[in-house]
Design a protein around this ligand. Structure first.
Ligand SMILES: [Cu+2]
Length: 183
């Protein structure tokens, strides 16, 4: 039996809605632009998740992202990723914050800087939107909406996350990673 045309039309609509949701979106706060804020959809049962965004500073003065918080996470930190001598990727907290030069950008992207959310009990599903608060030294608190997105989903924002294509590390699924904060 062939599916009814109405059902096919409905499916097309759903597919379109998903594509639109996955499109890049942007938020502004003072002279700061937040380009394609997204959180990688975690596998079921995983409560540590990573968030990414490109921050443009259109102002005349340097800015600094000093803190992150999310109502749905117990704790949020800014992390950097790097490879140690054995070629293992390790992450550590960026305690001094992240500078965004005047007229410059900072990239939070897979394999580099990222927002790490701990203790997320809520199920994060692709397409959902969640607010995070990004606190800056001068501009104060910016409320930024992040979209939950599968890592391999096309983002509609090529220049910001093309780099993730070759990404093999996935610290969200591997809990034996050195988070640099186990002390
Ligand atoms: Cu991390």
């Amino acid at each position: 039996m062939r599916p009814a045309p109405q059902f096919v039309a409905f499916l097309s609509f759903v597919a379109l809605a998903v594509v639109v949701t996955a499109q890049a979106h942007e938020t502004t706060h003072n002279n700061l632009y937040f380009i394609h804020p997204w959180i990688a959809e975690p596998p079921p049962g995983v409560s540590t998740v990573a968030g990414y965004v490109v921050i443009d500073n259109d102002g005349d003065a340097a800015e600094r992202l000093i803190a992150v918080s999310a109502p749905f996470a117990e704790k949020a930190e800014l992390h950097s990723s790097s490879f140690n001598d054995e070629g293992i990727m390790t992450m550590r907290e960026v305690e001094q914050g992240l500078e965004v030069e005047a007229g410059g950008s900072v990239y939070l992207e897979p394999g580099g800087y990222h927002i790490m959310l701990f203790g997320v009990e809520e199920t994060l599903v692709s397409g959902d939107l969640h607010m995070l608060t990004l606190t800056f030294e001068h501009a104060g608190e910016a409320e930024v909406e992040f979209v939950i997105q599968k890592r391999d989903e096309p983002s509609g924002h090529g220049d910001a996350i093309d780099d993730e294509g070759g990404m093999t590390m996935d610290h969200d699924t591997s809990m034996d990673m050195d988070h640099g904060d186990d002390s």
